[in-house]
Design a protein around this ligand. Structure first.
Ligand SMILES: O=C(O)CCC(=O)C(=O)O
Ligand SMILES: [Fe+2]
Length: 305
């Protein structure tokens, strides 16, 4: 087990939980090589600290911070394509949401380089581009938003800073979703750092107060992945539309994932009613190297020829 009931309780109470060593070194190393390939020719700054803020002013979100992104499925190794669907991550999302069926609704990379942007932000919640409503009260209707650390994230490498729910409730009043400018400083006084080594998993949600900080290590870089889960069927929540990426390398996922992992992307489990003689045959034609044995066998059990 890579997580405990204590981690689940902490996430529900504080909004944040940090688990160092959630991922093993050999799960991370092929992904680091992918990042080097994906971002070798993209913007990497000059390695010296870039500061666009006036003295004493908290930063802000701006487009340059979000340049080095790619979304699932990645034109790279099977490891980078499968880590968002790691069985331990799926089970952790189930435990946090208290739901058996969960869906992966977000998976993107993020490479930050010293000098490429000033990454400092003000305190905010992330719900604005995950839902058209607001974060839910009921736990199963919330989201789990993971950050996977692929490199060591120290203070000098732009560690995320956060304020726990009990602390933000005290400063802003219970259930607030925004921080007025005059309370940013009060939040800063209670902020904690999510600095932690490579292999760490940070879990939070779209209702937590946090902010990005700048990279100040000379020639530093920070490689992370952002991975979101929701309870299956929660149509309020979305980010990517997987179907839109029809021209990207889905075979890397189909050929390497199990039925439980594929179900997190909306592929029906073996034996579900979508699977008929026709859909089995045509889906196999579409993904010829996907091992659909379980799906065909479950079809036979249901009496399909
Ligand atoms: O990458 C980080 O450390 C936090 C960034 C963030 O919170 C955001 O862009 O919404
Ligand atoms: Fe954020």
């Amino acid at each position: 087990m890579r997580f405990t009931g204590e981690h689940i309780n902490q996430w529900r109470e504080d909004g944040f939980v940090l688990i160092p060593d959630f991922f093993e070194k050999d799960e991370i190393s092929p992904i680091l090589r992918d990042f080097d390939t994906l971002y070798r020719d993209r913007g990497r700054g000059d390695g010296t600290v870039l500061n666009v803020k006036k003295e004493g002013v908290i930063g802000a979100s701006h487009a340059k911070q979000f340049l080095n992104f790619d979304a699932l499925p990645y034109k790279a190794s099977s490891a980078i394509n499968l880590i968002s669907l790691h069985p331990a991550l799926i089970n952790f999302a189930r435990g946090l949401l208290g739901a058996d069926k969960v869906h992966l609704y977000q998976s993107h990379t993020w490479a930050k380089y010293t000098g490429e942007a000033d990454y400092e932000q003000a305190f905010h919640c992330d719900f604005g581009n995950h839902t058209l409503t607001v974060p839910a009260d009921e736990v199963a209707l919330r989201t789990v938003d993971f950050v996977i650390y692929l490199t060591d994230v120290t203070e000098e490498h732009g560690a995320l800073h956060y304020v726990t729910k009990p602390d933000s409730d005290e400063i802003l009043g219970p259930g607030a979703l925004a921080v007025p400018p005059e309370l940013q400083q009060a939040m800063k006084e209670r902020e904690r750092s999510a600095a932690s080594p490579a292999g760490t998993l940070l879990a939070h949600g779209i209702d937590t107060f946090h902010r990005g900080t700048n990279l100040t290590a000379i020639h530093g870089h920070r490689f992370t992945m952002t991975v979101g889960y929701k309870t299956a069927g929660n149509d309020m929540i979305g980010f990517h539309t997987w179907q839109m990426a029809a021209d990207r390398p889905w075979h890397l996922i189909f050929n390497n994932a199990n039925a439980d992992q594929l179900a997190c992307l909306g592929v029906p489990l073996p034996g579900e009613r979508f699977w008929t003689e026709r859909t089995l045959r045509l889906t196999q034609t579409r993904w010829p190297d996907w091992n659909m044995k379980e799906y065909f066998e479950a079809g036979q059990t249901r009496g399909l020829s």
